[in-house]
Write a protein that binds this ligand. Structure first.
Ligand SMILES: NC(=O)c1ccc[n+]([C@@H]2O[C@H](COP(=O)([O-])OP(=O)(O)OC[C@H]3O[C@@H](n4cnc5c(N)ncnc54)[C@H](OP(=O)(O)O)[C@@H]3O)[C@@H](O)[C@H]2O)c1
Length: 245
């Protein structure tokens, strides 16, 4: 059996943590498909930059709150990669909006579930359905330390990420041995859109490690999971010990 070239689709790959994962995978020889929603310019620049450095990269747009767009994303990715199959899916895209239970609207709830849970479900399902016979694959879910411990004030986000962790273990059971599915649970790595630098510094200082992590810490966990082929259904928490609080 010949080994197909390594190929990866990274959702939300144009900026921030997603872009760091894209660059790291491209440096390791993966042909990367950079999914984006609104960050088209950033995705295109990143793809150009990777190609300039001798790598292979494509950009692809989809709104993951839209089921039709989500359900055609794997097939569109395969068209970009043809004749090679997609062998790695990284579900990184997410939204993170504050909202205590009493103040969470139906729309906010649905939006978090659609982007942070239903999209990873549909993409994982379609990835598994379309993987050619004889080819093995991997899925990495970028979850959150709140996938284990709900965070007060983030009801919809915590519920969606927690369900994504359940989905990860369920999928690992059902899709083995052809596909391994693992997760990474970041702690404070980059400030969220609404965070002031002071708020983010406070959150990071409250972790046992008393500091924020870096996107390269997520990269280290990614390659550990990719390279150890007896691990499936596992989550590495890269959170400075915050889950212990
Ligand atoms: N940042 C942290 O410290 C931290 C902590 C814990 C967990 N995490 C998790 O780590 C992952 C990456 O974090 P991040 O902070 O880098 O993420 P982010 O910047 O908040 O979001 C990542 C990407 O998600 C995409 N996205 C949002 N809504 C979308 C939609 N409707 N359709 C398609 N894509 C959509 C955006 O793409 P466009 O820009 O193209 O619109 C965005 O660039 C997320 O899963 C997050 O929950 C991060």
């Amino acid at each position: 059996m010949t080994t197909p070239p390594r190929t990866a689709l990274i959702t939300g790959g144009a900026r921030r943590i997603g872009a760091t994962l894209v660059r790291a995978l491209a440096q390791r020889g993966y042909t990367v498909v950079i999914h984006h929603h609104r960050s088209q310019t950033e995705a295109q620049h990143l793809a150009d930059d990777i190609r300039t450095q001798g790598g292979q990269a494509h950009a692809i747009q989809a709104d993951l709150s839209n089921h039709d767009a989500t359900m055609s994303l794997i097939a569109h990715t395969e068209q970009l990669l043809a004749p090679h199959p997609l062998t790695l899916l990284v579900n990184n895209a997410a939204i993170f909006e504050a909202g205590a239970l009493r103040h969470t609207s139906y729309d906010a709830w649905q939006n978090h579930l659609a982007i942070n849970l239903t999209a990873p479900f549909l993409l994982t399902r379609d990835f598994a359905r379309r993987l050619p016979p004889g080819v093995t694959g991997q899925v990495i879910q970028i979850i959150d330390r709140y996938g284990h411990h709900p965070r007060s004030g983030y009801a919809a986000y915590s519920a969606a990420k927690s369900a994504l962790w359940t989905l990860t273990r369920l999928a690992a059971l059902e899709l083995a041995p052809t596909i391994r599915i693992n997760a990474i649970g970041p702690g404070p790595i980059l400030p969220a859109a609404g965070d002031t630098p002071e708020q983010f510094a406070r959150i990071a200082a409250a972790t046992p490690m008393q500091r924020p992590g870096q996107p390269h810490d997520i990269v280290a966990a990614l390659f550990f999971l990719l390279e150890h082929d007896f691990i499936t259904g596992e989550m590495i928490r890269v959170d400075g010990g915050e889950h212990l609080r």
